[in-house]
Write a protein of this length. Structure first.
Length: 280
């Protein structure tokens, strides 16, 4: 059965995947980028025997590909940025194939500066336009005629609601900011939740978890990317974009102009309040 690590883009998905993969797929908890292969992105081309020629067509194969993944009758982790929606009359997933999910949310104001760099948007306004668009989707644009990596996002607000309002399976909500404030306690909550989903009443290996956290700090991940590269980083116009960009230095108070902050407040005021993000 599938355990999803889900989020809107640039919300901390890779950080949590790094912690989870180093805990469950290493002996000591020491992280390296190869461990992320144990939590691959879904969907992508490896799950299909043929190219997907139209945006959204991949939804027709969500169920069959997830059925196939579950044939081995073991629990697996998958990363996704897909909203928990129905498309073309097909649900993204269901309790038939899913054991549970971890959903990561981040203050949208910090997502803006991170996404601007990652997707090479012209300015903050274009980035915010993207985040409020209810019809937005992403895919690997390097594969121009293959939409097998198509992921429907919708708006930032609709995205988190789609996962948190789902009642088909258990979802653990994790705030990016809680990882920043108390990485150990937040990571412990994640590991205990996964053990619960797996039906395992076992004590978390504290020494191993400390090592996971130590070797997945932002500075270490950024250093590793500089030394060895990172397969999930994106090229735009033959220009390599750093995947690990600002990290803890990404403070919207220092990055965003007043007109953008006003637009965010107008668009997402109730959402900011819901997550106890100070709207001012």
């Amino acid at each position: 059965m599938i355990i999803w690590i889900a989020s809107y883009p640039k919300s901390g998905n890779t950080w949590i995947r790094s912690i989870v993969s180093s805990y469950f797929f290493s002996n000591t908890g020491e992280f390296n980028f190869d461990l992320l292969k144990n939590i691959p992105q879904y969907p992508n081309s490896k799950y299909f025997k043929f190219p997907i020629r139209k945006p959204g067509e991949v939804s027709l194969f969500w169920k069959s590909t997830q059925d196939k993944l579950n044939e081995e009758n073991k629990n697996i982790f998958l990363k996704t940025h897909n909203a928990m929606i129905s498309l073309n009359g097909k649900d993204f997933t269901s309790s038939t194939n899913t054991l549970g999910s971890i959903y990561i949310v981040r203050d949208p104001r910090n997502i803006i500066s991170s996404m601007k760099n990652h997707y090479d948007f012209q300015d903050f306004s274009e980035t915010l336009d993207f985040m409020i668009n209810k019809k937005k989707f992403i895919w690997d644009e390097r594969k121009k005629n293959d939409f097998s990596s198509f992921q429907f996002l919708g708006s930032w607000s609709d995205h988190y609601k789609s996962w948190l309002k789902n009642s088909s399976f258990r979802t653990l909500l994790i705030k990016y900011e809680d990882l920043e404030k108390d990485c150990y306690s937040t990571s412990l909550k994640i590991i205990e939740f996964i053990n619960f989903l797996n039906g395992e009443n076992i004590k978390v290996d504290e020494k191993k978890l400390f090592n996971c956290i130590k070797t997945t700090s932002f500075d270490i991940l950024k250093k590793k990317e500089a030394e060895t590269g990172f397969q999930e980083s994106i090229n735009f116009k033959n220009k390599k974009k750093d995947f690990f960009f600002l990290g803890p230095k990404n403070k919207w108070q220092d990055k965003l102009p007043k007109d953008i902050l006003l637009r965010v407040k107008n668009e997402f005021l109730e959402d900011l309040k819901y997550f106890n993000y100070n709207p001012d």
